[in-house]
Design a protein around this ligand. Structure first.
Ligand SMILES: O=P(O)(O)OC[C@H]1O[C@H](OP(=O)(O)OP(=O)(O)O)[C@H](O)[C@@H]1O
Ligand SMILES: Nc1nc2[nH]cnc2c(=O)[nH]1
Ligand SMILES: [Mg+2]
Length: 165
């Protein structure tokens, strides 16, 4: 398992801006028949893409992958990939969207299911990058991305108080 040593919190505003940037890139490569979101992380990017790109046909591939625990502090260790719901066909003309690729395991599985779909993510780490057709931002393999839906506003201890005296 990759040790995550960096934390990368993403705000709603930043996520929205990046999803709009992804929409621009995908519009240039269309036309598209529809969007297939990989649950659950792909649902929010899919909602922004379909609004920006005027796409009304939205489907889902429902997968369960990570198990909470081992890595601590909300970071997760990887378990088996379980497909709860697939999609008919080979994905031709469809955008397959997820929030990120990390190891590329989820991407490899869904690409196998829909080999002709165009796989798009907002974030990509080096190990998963070769499996993505279009992405916006690359982060290092030891970075754990924190999405806005996984966070809440809370008190922040002043840096001086965290510093050992
Ligand atoms: O490249 P990988 O190593 O496979 O990791 C990437 C996947 O991990 C996250 O989903 P997660 O399994 O945490 O579930 P969720 O989307 O339901 O929150 C993320 O949304 C991707 O789908
Ligand atoms: N939120 C989140 N989920 C992940 N799943 C695999 N890698 C990541 C990550 O960096 N952040
Ligand atoms: Mg996911």
């Amino acid at each position: 398992m990759v040790p995550y040593s960096k934390d990368f919190p993403v705000s709603w505003e930043e996520l929205h801006r990046n999803a709009r940037a992804l929409s621009w890139r995908l519009l240039e490569q269309g036309p598209w028949k529809g969007i297939i979101a990989i649950t659950r992380g792909g649902l929010v990017p899919a909602a922004i893409l379909c609004r920006e790109m005027d796409i009304r046909l939205i489907d889902t591939i429902c997968v369960v992958s990570y198990k909470e625990g081992e890595a601590g502090q909300g970071a997760m260790a990887q378990g088996d990939l379980n497909v709860l719901k697939g999609v008919e066909g080979d994905g031709e003309g469809f955008i397959l969207v997820d929030d990120l690729v990390d190891t590329g395991r989820t991407a490899a599985k869904v690409r196998e299911m829909l080999p002709k779909a165009h796989f798009a993510t907002i974030y990509a780490k080096p190990a998963g990058k070769p499996l993505v057709d279009t992405f916006i931002t690359e982060v290092s393999q030891d970075t754990w991305i924190r999405f806005p839906w996984d966070m809440e506003y809370t008190f922040s201890t002043p840096l001086a108080d965290r510093h050992e005296k």
